[in-house]
Design a protein around this ligand. Structure first.
Ligand code: GDP
Ligand code: PEP
Ligand code: MN
Length: 625
């Protein structure tokens, strides 16, 4: 029996016809094999029609994975109390022989496949399986990667309809030529709250040979939404093989003088400001999490992999995030996850308005002071609670850029993380190589609630991508360095730090200060302002920032603040170089030799500066040089 014949037996007539219309034997085989294996009671195939999408949304309510809120089109979804973040320990790359790769969590492919198949055998008995087709990147473009998702979670399928471009017609168009990604997900057995129950058997296995990702016994989006962080492992591998960049980066338009549009990408680890930056008033968002950057005729062109936002809701308040706030309070389609609900209204931590004293949240019935099994007080919403919404609903979206099959020219690339004491708020690299090595490859950031485990620990996180890395780090950095050679003019590279603190732990910057850093970087891309050359790159001059603070935020920016924020902190910077060098030399292995040279040059510049000016150097010391 061939695959199509098998599918004819497994599916209703109507569903079978939808599959049959896709002329792709490889797809048929994959579907036949997995549908037989998962043993769902029922299969629904989603085409790109509004009816099929509506069916999935209805099923999310029908099966109780989502509940309606008071505002039309708003729903709430809960994940298990212990399933609120990415599970790094149980996320593994399947590689032949289980080859160990530094910093990557690998497992023997045969063993992994065997284990996951056992966990998934018959896992969908009594359940409905949704077969969905999407595309990564704009459709019918150099960026497009078609993908098929199998899931028994209508919530996961619903999220994907909000976050990704539909792909059924794309599969049809490509026919048997479609090289596609595959995602197989099951939430596993559910408890009475419709959350995954068998968390001890939670597994996310990435099969790099077959471009397939399996995920089981989990619902949290970062572990389950195939096209997001799961596909990301596959696209990194593909990009490195093919010589382009697949990055953990937002994509935004910064509006310069006289209507000038300059596009920036920015890589910050999860919970370190990608969404908040891309959503900043004054500018325009194209994407907030994942970008493809491809060299086209010598120009680096960027596109958003997605078309929606799976954003962190904690701290979203009307002053700092006016645009998100407004969208969250309008009747557009939104899934709230792991927030507090009372009388049909969602509430979250630090939202700037009074929160009810009881209600329902990710822990079930909740009241202020409620403690979990470990004795920790449960906040109203989880720190990693999220909202899922399409970008089309944002007044600040740059739709033309989002939909452009050629993407947009990338003028600048930004790297940043949670760093309390080392990097200044903003600086520009001397050149591509200096930026890639001392900013991207040297990125460190404090861990956050976006992953399970301890928070606030400074960790090596090159290009904000370490959690998703799927190739040896040295190869990834080599690809970055080589990328410049494919370009006539490389994007400028910058580094930001929104998270500097004083001795008492107070932030040195306000959340909206980043608006000024963005404007400054835009001017620098076009050579419109001078800058101060320091041992670690170019930093802004006080006068330029003071003017921009006035223009953009209508605020005074004192020289005192500038001095504090932009002090060159030599001991911390040297210690960081030491740490980074040791990691690459002793732990990573097989790293391009330039990396060590560039770090050594930076160290020399810092040592010379220390000789002349001491440990903590005012920016003005370099101004006269
Ligand atoms: N102190 C401080 N917190 C910020 C700043 N920007 C963002 N945040 C907080 O960082 C958290 C994560 O931000 P988000 O933009 O959602 O991160 P993403 O996961 O990278 O998209 C949120 O709780 C924000 O409120 C900032 O400039 N300063
Ligand atoms: C979904 C995620 O994205 P973000 O980078 O916005 O936290 C994640 O990392 O789990
Ligand atoms: Mn985000």
């Amino acid at each position: 029996m061939n695959a199509l014949e098998k599918l004819e037996k497994l599916l209703d007539r109507e569903q079978f016809e939808k599959i049959k219309a896709l002329n792709n034997p490889e797809l048929h085989e994959f579907l036949a094999e997995w549908i037989e294996w998962l043993e769902p009671d029922k299969v629904f195939v989603c085409t790109d029609s509004p009816e099929d999408e509506a069916y999935v949304k209805w099923k999310a309510l029908y099966y109780g994975e989502e509940r309606m809120l008071e505002t039309p089109n708003h729903t709430v979804h809960y994940d298990n109390y212990y399933d609120q973040a990415r599970d790094k320990a149980n996320t593994k790359l399947l590689v032949p022989g289980g080859k160990e790769i530094p910093f990557l969590n690998t497992k023997d492919r045969d063993e992994g496949l065997k284990e996951i198949r056992e966990l998934m055998k018959g896992v969908m008995k009594g359940k409905e399986l949704f077969v969905c087709f999407f595309a990564l990147g704009p459709r019918n473009s150099v960026f497009t990667i078609p993908a098929v998702q199998l899931t028994d979670s209508a919530y996961v399928a619903h999220s994907e309809f909000i976050l990704y471009r539909k792909g059924y017609e794309e599969f049809k168009r490509l026919g048997r030529n479609a090289k596609f990604f595959r995602f197989v997900h099951s939430a596993g057995e559910l408890d009475e709250r419709k959350t995954s129950k068998n968390l001890d058997k939670r597994r996310i296995y990435i099969d790099l040979l077959d471009d397939t990702v399996y995920s089981v016994n989990t619902q949290y989006g970062g572990n389950t939404i195939g096209l997001k962080k799961l596909a990301f492992r596959l696209t990194i591998q593909k990009a490195v093989k093919e010589g382009w960049l697949s990055e953990h980066m937002f994509l935004m338009r910064v509006n310069g003088p006289n209507g000038r549009k300059t596009y920036f990408t920015g890589a910050y680890p999860s919970m370190c400001g990608k969404t908040s930056t891309a959503m900043i008033p004054w500018e325009n968002i194209v994407g907030d999490d994942l970008s493809f950057i491809v060299p086209v005729n010598g120009v680096a062109r960027g596109a958003n992999v997605e078309k929606g936002v799976f954003g962190i809701i904690q701290g979203v308040n009307p002053e700092d995030d006016p645009i998100i706030w407004k969208v969250l309070h309008s009747p557009v389609e939104i899934i709230f996850s792991n927030v507090l609900v009372k009388d049909g209204k969602p509430y979250w931590n630090e939202m700037g308005i009074e929160i009810p004293e009881e209600g329902e949240n990710h822990s079930g019935r909740w009241w202020r002071g409620k403690k979990d099994k470990e004795g920790n007080e449960i906040p109203p919403s989880h720190k990693n609670a999220r909202f899922t919404v399409s970008l089309e609903h944002f007044p600040n979206v740059d739709l033309e850029a989002l939909e452009n099959p050629c993407g947009v020219e990338v003028g600048g690339m930004i790297f940043g993380g949670r760093d309390k004491d080392t990097w200044p708020p903003v600086r520009e690299a001397f050149d591509w190589k200096h930026g890639v090595i001392t900013m991207g490859a040297s990125l460190e950031s404090e861990t956050t609630a976006a992953t399970l485990g301890k928070e606030g620990v400074r960790a090596f996180n090159p290009m904000a991508i370490l959690d998703f890395m799927s190739v040896p780090l040295g190869e990834y950095i080599r690809n970055y360095l080589d990328f410049e050679k494919k370009l006539r003019k490389a994007p400028k590279i910058f580094a930001v730090n929104y998270f500097l603190r004083d001795e008492n732990g107070n932030w040195l910057n306000h959340k909206l200060d980043k608006a000024v850093w963005l404007k400054w970087m835009e001017l620098r891309v076009h050579g419109d302002v001078d800058a101060i050359e320091t041992p670690i790159g170019y930093i802004p001059k006080y006068e330029d920032l003071a003017r921009l603070f006035r223009e953009v935020l209508d605020k005074d920016y004192t020289r005192e603040d500038y001095e504090k924020q932009f002090t060159i902190r030599v001991p911390e910077l040297l210690a960081k170089i030491e740490r980074i060098e040791t990691i690459y030399r002793e732990k990573v292995g097989e790293v391009p030799e330039e990396l060590f040279q560039v770090l050594e040059e930076e160290r020399k510049r810092l040592l010379e500066a220390r000789e002349k000016y001491g440990d903590y150097i005012s920016p003005s010391a370099f101004e006269g040089e």
